[in-house]
Design a protein. Structure first.
Length: 373
């Protein structure tokens, strides 16, 4: 999508931004047995509160969504956002929701620097993608020449607006929105990225970047520490030694620097190639990979016990559940019939009996906490 069309869509959205409740007011209480009542009686507001609650209590969400049927959008392109993030259908020109969606950081004049509005949009959109069976793969990219310049230093780090114990960093909230979504995300990093511009991509399944751009974890040079759950993701992706080098030096490097390890799955010579390649991969995955199997495979790697024996027990229960299930039958039958599969399994209706097999952590905070970063 070109910048002119993005600008015209933003103008349309400006009249609707206030349709959404603030994600920083009346935040969910940790350990609450039920989602709090929304301030508005609108179905959209109630839906958003249910979706926010789902990341804290994923098992209970199944009952809540059946009790309150979802008013999922007919189009994500017309769904109101703050304008700092926009969603496009792919292939373009489709008025209805497509299996592949493009999520674009949309502040090109500011190098897509990170804002509180982006947090709000991610915490609204990714829970919707999570439960929308029409959506199979998300591609995350940036408008203009830069993917994301990190925190907006013109706004700064002051005025966070809550007590220390209540603070939940905004980058972490964005990363968890991606991580909790069952649909895989591909980061199409068409330009340079530093700080949270890097860390928000770590939960993505695949990262594709531009060979001539620069990337870095510059926290130490700005007098701050790691965020966006990067202390968890980064060393697991590239090893502690490489992570320590990148974070310890705070340097900015080309993606071919050895200390990035295999962080970038593909490095392309031209920036114009990055998004098309990501969309090519996303389309292939949407057409040929079982969404249920994709999510469970990612969960087995990120949520696995820390011993091969424990992993063996978890994997055994999950794959036993998959034997003879609808997607397994369809995967084999489509292979023999030499056609594309039509995967329809829904983990909400038929999850493995041990899902989730990990201990869930409630990241809730006090109701009046109002984090801006």
């Amino acid at each position: 999508m070109n910048e002119q069309s993005l600008a015209s869509r933003n103008a349309h959205r400006d009249d609707h931004i206030h349709d959404y409740p603030s994600m920083d007011d009346d935040i969910l209480v940790a350990g609450s047995p039920d989602p709090p009542e929304p301030r508005s009686n609108s179905s959209r507001t109630h839906l958003i509160y249910i979706l926010m609650f789902s990341s804290l209590h994923p098992n209970k969400i199944h009952h809540d969504l059946r009790s309150h049927p979802l008013d999922l959008p007919t189009s994500y392109e017309t769904l109101p956002t703050t304008g700092h993030v926009v969603v496009s259908h792919y292939p373009p020109g489709n008025p209805a929701v497509t299996p592949v969606l493009i999520v674009t950081l949309n502040r090109p004049a500011n190098h897509n620097a990170f804002t509180a509005q982006m947090i709000q949009d991610f915490e609204t959109l990714f829970p919707l993608f999570n439960v929308d069976e029409r959506v199979k793969v998300i591609v995350l990219t940036g408008a203009g020449k830069t993917f994301c310049a990190g925190a907006d230093l013109d706004i700064g780090f002051s005025g966070v607006g809550e007590k220390n114990a209540d603070h939940r960093d905004g980058g972490g909230r964005m990363s968890l929105a991606i991580h909790h979504c069952r649909k895989p995300t591909i980061a199409a990093m068409q330009g340079s990225a530093v700080g949270v511009g890097m860390t928000m991509t770590l939960p993505a399944m695949i990262r594709i970047c531009h060979a001539k751009s620069k990337y870095g974890f510059v926290f130490g040079r700005r007098g701050v520490t790691m965020e966006a759950c990067s202390s968890y993701f980064l060393p697991r992706l590239i090893g502690h030694s490489n992570a320590n080098y990148l974070v310890g030096t705070g340097g900015v490097f080309p993606p071919t620097a050895k200390h990035f390890g295999d962080l970038f799955n593909e490095i392309l010579p031209e920036a114009s190639q990055v998004l098309p390649r990501a969309l090519e991969l996303a389309t292939d995955m949407a057409e040929n990979v079982s969404p249920s199997a994709s999510y469970l495979n990612r969960a087995l790697m990120w949520r696995n016990p820390e011993s091969p024996e424990a992993a063996h027990l978890v994997e055994s229960r999950v794959i036993y559940h998959m034997f003879g299930a609808a997607d397994q039958k369809e995967g084999v039958q489509s292979f023999f019939e030499k056609r594309k599969p039509n995967f329809r399994a829904n983990l909400d209706d038929n999850p493995p009996p041990n899902l989730p097999w990990w201990s869930q952590v409630d990241t809730g905070r006090s109701p009046k906490a109002a984090s801006k970063l």
